[in-house]
Design a protein around this ligand. Sequence first.
Ligand code: ADP
Length: 410
Amino acid sequence: MKILALNCGSSSVKYQLYDTSANKLLAKGGLERIGFVGTFINHQTTHQKHRLECDCSNHKDAVNMVFKFLTDEEFGVIKELSEIDAVGHRIVHGGELFSKSVLIDDNVIKGIDSLSSLAPLHNPPNLQGILAMKSLLPEVAQVAVFDTAFHQTMPETAYMYAIPLKWYEKYGVRKYGFHGTSHLYVTRRAAAMLKKDIKDTNFISLHIGNGVSVTACKGGKSIDTSMGFTPLDGAIMGTRCGSIDPAVPLFMIDKEGFSSEEVNTILNKRSGVLAVTGRYTDRRDIARVASEGDKFCQLAQNMEAYKLKKLIGEYYAILGRLDGIIFTAGVGENSADARKLVCDGLEHFGILLDDEKNNNTSGETIISKDSSPVKIFMIPTNEEIVIIEDVSAILNGTYDNEDFTYSFEK
Ligand code: ADP
């Protein structure tokens, strides 16, 4: 079966074409700057890479461009579009409506649309991708895979906020959590690496990229996570502030006369390590300049690690027993220094980092000392494979079986 995974952002479309029978990624790529001057596509197959400028004013043009590349005589990997058996869409917000991946029909489309007020920057472009695909390949099955779905298992105690109940009832204000497919993938891989049934495991997963979230997973289910009503909450991120006193934006509105839109932009796009360093979001730049003695880059690194340590402590408290902590995403996978900064001082929790293993990871690696009661993992995330396998299982009718497992759990 050939499955196309699509991730449509406001001005970008990322894609992967996967052949499940051969267990092989055929092609992947992305279009950027859709609707602006200078749209370009990066397209990669097993043996070639291309970057080309193209014209794309909307998502339908972009999807058409993806099709053109997939079927191109020179760059293509399939002869006809009819070879695509199904499409899996990454959808950011599933609210309380979607706690699992689903086959898309008109009701699902309405549901995703109805959640647009909760994710105004994400759900509308996600939906445009679905509609574009529907008009271009009307016969092909489409599946929605939600970033929030994995966290729908959180108990009320974790997801309710102590604010007027009406805000929840009328507008759905509660904690949802994000990066769900990533937390699902790495916790299942960690269970497989320990040769344990996922149902018998307790993990804390740290997805540290531009966006950062930490999740407590008990028996393979999310019981709490650091992002909240929106992806702004929790850990300190590249440009997002994470948890702050909620009175701060109100105080600043009073002092500077900001509009809610301005405050939203400042907290989402001009805060986080960017605000602390005054210049950088890329943690490689921050590490380099910190090592040259820059006080603010050092402060940003320490603040980021300090908050992550506190989240590990919170989640250890509610999990009771901890089998492992897992580092993933851009920083979690690539920065031994960032992992060390987080783990330093957590020895009293039985979290014992092995410096040599931490400095010499290649692919999935256990980086704790052999004697460490809590294992530490570095696991490269793979959200696309979750999408591909959900699509394939939904089409095969195995997704809702109680004993459904992913191939990567072995
Ligand atoms: P996104 O949230 O955009 O998907 P990624 O998971 O791709 O983000 O992570 C992006 C972040 O990963 C950037 O801040 C980048 O600096 C960081 N990163 C990538 N490689 C390294 C590295 N070797 N050392 C430190 N940080 C790194």
